[in-house]
Design a protein around this ligand. Structure first.
Ligand SMILES: CC(C)(COP(=O)(O)OP(=O)(O)OC[C@H]1O[C@@H](n2cnc3c(N)ncnc32)[C@H](O)[C@@H]1OP(=O)(O)O)[C@@H](O)C(=O)NCCC(=O)NCCS
Length: 198
């Protein structure tokens, strides 16, 4: 789905019950995917991890979800309808002292270019600010122009390179880092970005 209309998104903490859907997106998004066990361990045993899922708000889910979501999940009770909202993206970070290190972010290929990655990134930066992190950092493949473009929009800049960081093809990683996120200047920049997405 290229340059489709933006979608109203709800961001929630990731739960173990989300992992089946998370893993579908993981396998569709990465050549060296994490295992479900890795995610489970992050959720259950890593006190420094913060993980989120994105779901379309209900009206968007009804309009935009593939038909099988209707058939499989929608029925009369509102509780079941709530449960039917699919996970369309996710992201997470580790807090390491005063630095938030984004460990993963991905959006279902069918839902890309609708502002979901941006929403997830903003949610992570906001949580990192709440946890008193000073900066947010991550590694990204040098060939991954879409992700780099996303990160640049929110102030990340290339701070260095990790040679041959990726095992599958020996590709280098760029280290990308925000300016200090606790400053008023960054808070205003983030708020501006949120207003544009709203
Ligand atoms: C990177 C990723 C999470 C972006 O998710 P998304 O929901 O499509 O992103 P958004 O719609 O919020 O786009 C936000 C911005 O990112 C950039 N961007 C996203 N996709 C892009 C693309 N295909 N080409 C160029 N820029 C792109 C743009 O700057 C875009 O802003 P714009 O729409 O105003 O131009 C998604 O492409 C993905 O899951 N990729 C595979 C996994 C991955 O590479 N994760 C990053 C690992 S470091």
């Amino acid at each position: 789905m290229v340059n489709a209309s933006p979608v109203t998104i709800e961001i929630e903490s990731m739960r173990v019950t989300d992992l089946a859907q998370v893993m579908e997106i993981e396998y569709a998004s990465f050549t060296t995917p994490w295992s479900e066990l890795s995610y489970r361990q992050e959720l259950l045993f890593n006190p420094n991890g913060s993980y989120f899922v994105a779901r379309p708000a209900r009206a968007d889910s009804i309009e935009a979800a593939p038909k099988f979501f209707w058939r499989k999940f929608f029925s009369s009770s509102s509780r079941q309808i709530r449960a039917a909202e699919p996970v369309v993206g996710y992201g997470g970070f580790w807090l390491v002292v005063d630095e938030a290190h984004i460990s993963t972010i991905a959006v279902n290929p069918a839902w890309r270019r609708r502002g979901i990655g941006a929403r997830l990134l903003i949610a992570m930066i906001e949580r990192a600010r709440a946890l008193r992190a000073e900066t947010v950092t991550l590694e990204v493949r040098v060939s991954n122009a879409p992700a780099q473009s996303l990160y640049r929009k929110y102030g990340f800049e290339i701070a260095g390179t990790r040679p041959r960081y990726y095992n599958d093809n020996g590709e280098d990683a760029f280290i990308m880092t925000t300016p200090r996120i606790q400053t008023d200047a960054y808070r205003i920049r983030l708020q501006h970005a949120i207003n544009i997405l709203a």
